[in-house]
Unconditional design. Structure first.
Length: 298
């Protein structure tokens, strides 16, 4: 009798073990296969290359992006933009130079195509002249950022290095370890909130903590004005950067983060650079060009 009970126990244990194994296999087969996080999308960036932007400005902006595999850059002319070259792109980057000259070369059709691109969800990053172009201040501006230009009469206030003070938002967004940095400045706009009722207010990212007041520009005006701003136009994201982080060694990451945010509305998902950043001196030598002051307009 005892032997029979032992045999029964062994049989029951085997059956239970078989059922558990079977159930585990069913559960495993019903589970989706393990997946690895998908790599960040490569952001397609169109960079303006035409009248109003010296080649060094285009090259410096391009160099800040192409060292990371998260970006693919394509240079476009004003005619390309008029012909619809922004279709399929994620971001349009307007580099430094002369905003009014860029607007003139783009013509009304080109400017409207940029507006339509951003309104439909594309990103816009304007550096220096590209910030002038983004504002709602001039008749020739794109009117995609609700911003005025302070002391526009003295736009040619000089070149030099200025200190920028980041807002908490800007410091986190642009991944800066310090809240104050030194940055190259080449007569970019002093931004202030605009008065366009059809546009939402912009968010300050950084302000000027020091100033340049040459060529008759009054002192005490520049400090505290907005140096970097972000805003929304339709479904798209807009960033205006008055100074030149792409022409300041060690600040190229600002351009990458700005382009990422303008493309996706988020930051922190791009690949880090895979090659050493190119210095401004190297970029200047590569195109054999000098940075010249525009003589007629901002």
């Amino acid at each position: 009798m005892k032997s029979l009970l032992n045999q029964s126990s062994i049989i029951m244990f085997s059956i239970v073990r078989l059922l558990v194994t079977f159930a585990s296999g069913v559960r495993a087969s019903n589970l989706p296969p393990a997946t690895q996080p998908s790599p960040p999308k490569v952001i397609q960036v169109a960079i303006y290359e035409d009248a109003g932007s010296p080649e060094i400005s285009t090259v410096a902006a391009e160099n800040a992006l192409k060292i990371s595999p998260s970006f693919h850059c394509k240079r476009v002319t004003a005619q390309d933009i008029r012909d619809g070259a922004l279709a399929g792109m994620d971001v349009f980057l307007q580099p430094g130079g002369s905003g009014s000259a860029q607007a003139k070369k783009l013509q009304e059709t080109g400017r409207e195509n940029i507006r339509s691109f951003v309104k439909a969800g594309g990103g816009y990053v304007g550096i220096c002249a590209g910030s002038y172009l983004a504002t709602s201040y001039y008749k020739w501006s794109l009117h995609i950022l609700n911003a005025d230009v302070v002391d526009h009469e003295h736009w040619a206030r000089g070149f030099g290095t200025v200190q920028l003070k980041f807002s908490p938002l800007g410091q986190a967004m642009l991944d800066q370890s310090k809240d104050t940095i030194d940055c190259a400045y080449h007569q970019g706009p002093l931004l202030a909130p605009g008065h366009d009722k059809d546009l939402p207010p912009y968010e300050p990212i950084a302000t000027f903590a020091t100033e340049i007041a040459k060529n008759g520009a009054p002192k005490g005006v520049m400090i505290g004005t907005t140096a970097m701003a972000r805003g929304i136009f339709g479904k798209g994201h807009v960033i205006a950067i008055s100074p030149h982080p792409e022409k300041t060694d060690g600040l190229d990451n600002i351009v990458r983060r700005a382009v990422e945010w303008s493309a996706t509305g988020e930051v922190g998902h791009i690949h880090p650079p895979t090659i050493r950043p190119i210095t401004l001196a190297e970029a200047t030598e590569s195109v054999k060009a000098s940075i010249k002051t525009p003589t007629t307009s901002p």
